[in-house]
Design a protein around this ligand. Structure first.
Ligand SMILES: Cc1cc2nc3c(=O)[nH]c(=O)nc-3n(C[C@H](O)[C@H](O)[C@H](O)COP(=O)(O)O)c2cc1C
Length: 184
């Protein structure tokens, strides 16, 4: 059953914090909680789950980064919209968020099928009512990973193996953090 309540009053559910107030451990957040990355607007949006990346400072700006395969539909949407959200959920929503990583929105109706309730941030980006932490980002840089730039054999092997598939490039995606929201 699809739960869609884009009109939910965002400010009733979430309050804004600054980067220094994120209380989660970054390694837990990125590597265990996993972000749901969502791009698009109310009329059309798409989400995927990511597992690599981080949070920090880049050119003096609070920034997130993630590593996306070039063929992800979410990446196409990020490039089109130039903004996106990284949403983090408690464990009880694991099944729903893994569903977002199970098939592409390019050729499925997964956003209609997923049992999460979409909400629109005051900036018009999309996240979910069930999220406990939402980081809104403005796209700042997309860099294609070059196998020649890797310094360890393990990383070289990984990227060379990945690049055997045509058009399967990996992209570093950097986004300046514009807003952070936590569940009230
Ligand atoms: C736990 C988990 C972690 C994932 N991490 C990444 C990742 O870091 N980068 C990536 O490109 N895909 C990752 N994926 C795969 C995408 O989430 C998946 O292919 C998704 O269906 C892409 O959807 P889209 O084409 O609609 O954007 C992950 C999947 C799972 C289940």
């Amino acid at each position: 059953m699809k739960r869609h309540s884009i009109s939910t009053n965002f400010n009733q559910l979430f309050k804004q914090i600054i980067p220094e107030e994120i209380s989660d451990n970054v390694f837990t957040l990125v590597g265990k909680v996993f972000p749901v990355i969502t791009a698009g607007k109310e009329d059309h949006y798409n989400s995927m789950i990511g597992s690599g990346g981080g949070l920090g400072f880049l050119f003096k700006r609070p920034t997130t980064w993630c590593v996306l395969r070039a063929d992800r539909y979410t990446l196409e949407m990020i490039q089109k919209e130039q903004t996106y959200t990284m949403s983090y959920f408690s464990d009880e929503y694991k099944e729903q968020i893994l569903f977002l990583g199970s098939k592409s929105g390019r050729d499925s109706e997964k956003m209609k099928e997923v049992e999460l309730t979409s909400v629109q941030t005051p900036s018009g980006d999309i996240s979910f009512k069930e999220a406990r932490l939402i980081i809104e980002c403005k796209l700042t840089q997309i860099t294609t990973l070059n196998p020649n730039d890797f310094c360890t054999q393990e990383a070289k092997d990984y990227i060379n193996e990945a690049y055997k598939e045509p058009n399967d490039y990996r992209k570093y995606v950097f986004g300046e953090i514009t807003h952070i929201w936590v569940k009230k």
